[in-house]
Design a protein around this ligand. Structure first.
Ligand code: NDP
Length: 502
């Protein structure tokens, strides 16, 4: 018997560990009863006269009423953005634009807790994620692009980078503030003005950002925020904007692409994914399990580059599955504001229905489902973390983006088979590889048809990536160098930042 085993034998039995509730206080958030549209630097009543309720998906309680922008409201916002562009922002030196972006970044840091609590209240994501991921990254985005604002000539030597004009930006609900930062920071740094449409279910942090923008004394009209549902987004796409930037579903992306075709508007699309996370037999199993869990259950699986298809090399299928099931039993589901919560609420009833429909299709098509035993809160929208084995490539759960905490597991024997299965998807957003061998990482990264490949070995571990690994290849989200080109005219031979395959 080893010394370790002897020590274990002598140790007293450990009673079951229970987590006491550790809720973050909601008091830091001061909600208004009603939020108007943010146009020309002011909150204004909607000309449409319509309002809608925004809720907390973990309780279904109404948080506030929000204005619904109609086409006339959208046009007024675009006019305000145009006026701000031509009269002020376009010709402001980059170093001056940068000052505003730095101000916004610092304000986000100063008010990080308030933003994080509000993000979790309105979106359902665990506070530890909004606090440790969404907020720091949103602030970092503004800092990063502030740094570029006065260096555009150096980024594109021999070209003459010029702003495009007014950007119409439509964003989804999975990272509401972070998506707003992804859209606004590069647009403003490059000298454009913007009209942003947050998702219908998660408008509140964008509206709090509008308050920060007012405090930063950004010239009125440089940023405008129009809330509403899909019709508001469609009106913005059709309005007199010079560029459309969209993140969301592939279906809506296709609609937008069609309506923008032939108009001369610039377009960037960041759409869905069905990423393969490939684990080879030589991978460090415990670390791979953490990466796999992080890859699919982070943010309830509401992540475009979620590792939703796990490809496991046959010899390690059984031990990996056992470890995965064990790890799933330790995940805590519940109050998004509890600091111990791993999996929060599903963002909306509609998204919950979609997850349920696809999971039912998986069972019907013959895959085997595993869910850990756990209690779910009585109210709100919830879904247990779910694994599927016995999945074949033709199953809907292997082909369609579920956008929820559901992992489809397939096996492979050779690296060639892994590549073939990984690429058997209409999507091409991201992929992950787990192996001890650096050469195999490079071999896989060359062959997997994905914009970003996260590679994972023993000694490289980056908790910020959804796969827990480091980025092996890929470009900025909006395409091209540093994410700047999509908002610039480069004087000929332009790179359009369309994200290509979706
Ligand atoms: P959508 O594509 O419908 O929504 C994204 C944004 O587009 C929202 O602001 C939405 O408004 C708006 N929108 C909807 N219809 C139009 C339109 N015709 N013209 C312009 N804008 C429009 O995604 P959903 O929120 O419905 O999510 C459905 C699926 O999309 C998910 O299951 C997932 O597969 C995918 N998705 C992918 C994301 C990614 O990051 N790649 C992010 C979110 C979703 P509103 O929400 O107010 O209706």
């Amino acid at each position: 018997m080893s010394e370790l085993e002897r020590t274990r034998e002598r140790a007293p039995a450990v009673p079951a560990w229970e987590y006491a509730p550790a809720p973050e206080s909601r008091d830091i958030v001061h909600l208004r009863d009603r939020y108007g549209l943010f146009v020309g630097g002011e909150f204004v009543e909607p000309k449409s006269g319509r309002w809608f309720a925004t809720i907390d998906p973990s309780t279904e309680d109404t948080l506030a009423e929000v204005a619904e922008a109609g086409p006339e409201d959208v046009d007024l916002a675009v006019d305000a953005a145009r006026e701000a562009w031509t009269s002020r922002w376009r010709d402001l030196p980059g170093s001056e634009r940068a000052k505003y972006l730095y101000r916004i970044a610092r304000a986000l840091q100063e008010r990080a807790r308030e933003f994080a609590v509000l993000e979790s209240m309105n979106g359902g994501k665990p506070i530890k994620e909004s606090r440790d991921v969404d907020l720091p990254l949103a602030a970092a985005h503004f800092f990063y692009y502030a740094g570029w604002a006065d260096k555009l000539d150096y980024a594109f030597p021999g070209r003459s980078p010029r702003p495009i004009g007014v950007a119409g930006q439509v964003i989804p609900w999975n990272f509401p503030l972070l998506m707003a930062a992804w859209k606004l920071a590069p647009a403003l740094a490059t000298g454009n003005t913007a009209v942003l449409k947050p998702a219908e279910t998660t408008p509140l942090t964008a509206l709090l950002l509008a308050e920060v923008i007012q405090e930063a004394e950004l010239p009125p009209g440089v940023v405008n925020i129009v809330t509403g549902a899909g019709e508001t987004g469609a009106a913005l796409v059709d309005a007199e904007v010079d560029k459309v930037a969209f993140t969301g579903s592939t279906e809506v992306g296709k609609i937008i692409r069609r309506s923008v075709a032939g108009t001369g508007k610039r377009l960037t699309l960041e759409l869905g994914g069905k990423a393969a996370n490939v684990v080879f037999e030589d991978a460090p199993l415990d670390q791979a399990v953490e990466g796999v869990v992080n890859g699919i259950f982070f943010n309830q699986g509401h992540v475009c580059c979620a590792g939703s298809r796990l490809l496991v090399q046959e010899p390690i299928f059984e031990p990996l599955l056992e470890k995965l099931k064990g790890r799933l039993q330790t995940l805590r589901i519940g109050d998004p504001l509890d600091k111990n919560t791993d999996i929060g609420a599903i963002n909306s009833k509609a998204q919950l229905r979609r997850i349920e429909e696809l999971v039912a299709a998986g069972v019907e098509e013959g895959a085997e489902m595993y869910q850990p035993a756990c209690d779910l809160p009585a109210r709100g929208f919830w879904f247990r973390p779910t694994l599927f084995t016995g999945v074949s490539q033709s199953h809907r759960i292997a082909q369609e983006e579920i956008f929820g905490p559901v992992l489809s597991i397939l096996t492979f024997r050779t690296p060639e088979e892994a590549v073939e299965k990984a690429n058997n998807t209409p999507y091409g957003l991201s992929a992950g590889v787990w192996t001890e061998k650096g050469s195999r990482i490079l071999w896989m990264a060359e062959r997997m048809e994905a914009g970003v490949v996260w590679a994972n070995t023993f000694n490289r571990f980056d908790p910020a990536s959804p796969f827990g690994g480091y980025k092996e290849s890929g470009f900025g989200r909006e395409g091209g160098l540093h994410g700047l080109e999509p908002y610039l005219s480069l004087g000929g031979g332009e790179l359009d930042g369309g994200s290509g395959r979706t």
